[in-house]
Ligand binder design. Structure first.
Ligand code: SF4
Ligand code: SF4
Length: 176
């Protein structure tokens, strides 16, 4: 199927769209030679950035989440966007098999007894970038918060650059 702009903006919340987006991205990366190398390098830096801030987030979630009465790990949030799939494909990772058609409010299938079963750098961006008020209240007074916040900002900038770079190059490749 021909990939088009409408599909690109689709939230990938059904199996057909999810599979089509993955197919398009894998085909684009495999047929691009070295042209998407910069995208891959940016994705690697994002992963490294996420791994470096993960312990700070982890110590907060470990302390705050067990007392939470409105757990945010529900099916609605355990989905990958088009941008997430660019990132995962750039890292040459097979996107996780998702379970579609679940009720949005059901418990996320990746949530196990001791928390999320996925490594933080591989989680959907909706999870990665979400910090609830309780979590922020716990993190902000800590001396390491400023450094964490700066690093998070750096990762966010890398993310935007990665998506923009991918879009520019894939548009060029499509026109050939
Ligand atoms: S991140 Fe916030 S909303 Fe989500 S489970 Fe933890 S405390 Fe609850
Ligand atoms: S953090 Fe993990 S368990 Fe929670 S919603 Fe995201 S993928 Fe699901």
């Amino acid at each position: 199927m021909e990939f088009n702009n409408a599909l690109r903006n689709h939230p990938c919340r059904d199996l057909l769209t999810y599979s089509q987006v993955i197919h398009f991205l894998q085909k684009t990366f495999s047929g691009s030679g070295d042209e998407l190398k910069k995208v891959t390098n940016l994705a690697r830096k994002i992963r490294e950035g996420m791994e470096s801030i993960s312990p700070f987030i982890q110590q907060a979630t470990q302390s705050v989440c067990p007392r939470c009465t409105h757990i945010c790990c529900i099916s609605k949030h355990g989905h990958y966007t088009y941008e997430d799939l660019i990132y995962v494909t750039a890292l040459n990772r097979e996107p996780p098999q998702l379970i579609f058609g679940r009720n949005d409010t059901e418990r996320c299938p990746y949530l196990l007894e001791h928390g999320c079963s996925m490594e933080r750098w591989l989680r959907p961006s909706g999870c990665t970038w979400y910090f609830c008020e309780s979590l922020l209240d716990y993190m902000e007074p800590q001396p390491a918060y400023r450094e964490f916040d700066d690093s998070l900002q750096d990762v966010a900038e890398l993310w935007l650059e990665m998506v923009e770079e991918f879009e520019n190059i894939s548009n060029r490749l499509r026109k050939r």
